[in-house]
Design a protein around this ligand. Sequence first.
Ligand code: SAM
Length: 380
Amino acid sequence: MRQPTNSESHTTLQPLNPLPEIIRREIRAAGAISFARFMALALYCPQLGYYERKPDTVGRRGDYYTSVSVGPLFGELLAFQFAEWLEAEVRSQKSEVRIIEAGAHDGKLAADILDWLQKNRQPLYARLEYSILEPSPQRQQWQRENLARFAPRVRWLSGLSENQETFSGVLFSNELLDAFPVQRLGWDARAKQWFEWGVAVEGERFVWTRLPVSAPSSIFHPPSSPDLLEVLPDGYTIEICPAAAAWWREAAAAMRSGKLVAIDYGLTAAELFLPERPGGTLRAYHQHQISDDLLANAGEQDLTAHVNFSSIQQAGEAAGLQTEGLFAQPKFLTDIAARVWKNPAAFGEWTPARTRQFQTLTHPQHLGRAFRVLVQSRPA
Ligand SMILES: C[S@@+](CC[C@H](N)C(=O)[O-])C[C@H]1O[C@@H](n2cnc3c(N)ncnc32)[C@H](O)[C@@H]1O
């Protein structure tokens, strides 16, 4: 669950975004589009999508905050953990040591990690290649500016298939998988079958419409228990995210050895598909508020759904990875912190500011609630 920011900060008037009109034209020309297509345009249309326009949508000045905006501690604890995982590679002296971050957004988390490694793990830092996986040239540009001081250590990749990239090391993301476009499926109680929610236009407004399911049956795994289907109300809605599972599969296939880590808010399939959650988990974040109006403000609001960790875990295991665990974020961070507290000299002073950040990251009413960490690995 993303945390909306407080609403005091800014209400400046923005110039009108032409994106809704571009989407309307596509629908008028070709007919109703899937919600996944609508979400892809709303978030990633070059120059106009939500993630293409504003360098500061995350953080205190943006629409919501993440573990990264709480302060540097999140990155520092991850850096401590990554250094432990990469210890053998640092000792072996064979080649460079690799960390790959996907969904690096403005580069703040990368800066927190690199800063800590530079100060506390010089031998690793000196041989580190920190790659940022970033398909958007616009976002790469913002990241290059923000990470200029680490220039010799950082490089950018547009995708893992670029140069048939394979790697050994750590590939991780924080709140990446929740930002992939999802398909919204609805249950037709009379016909006893699933349909896909699509988007049509009425006048100038976007409206919901029912379309046939477009997902290939191999990845279409909504609840199929006859008992459950018997009680689902008409229009009961879930999301599936083939794009996230496909991304994970590609990352797993590219990994020769090491760890693949996703930090995100999400649930297992059994926790997601419950009769008492009839509307799915998709939410919009706009001007510091959570909104259920998913079709409003295209390009101006974030759209995000809970990650189905069961489908991600299965995708990794099908690619030969071992699952080390699906941890609640408080447990994952507390286990790292426990090793830090045992050996404070290996981390740096645990200041009152770090204590406050730790509490926010792990407290059930803050970021500790719905966040989980999936760790999968391939041994060397
Ligand atoms: C919610 S933001 C990430 C927040 C950031 N990691 C943090 O912790 O503050 C999601 C980011 O994922 C990026 N993204 C979307 N699809 C991607 C892909 N296929 N590869 C890498 N990044 C992607 C978006 O541009 C956006 O910057």
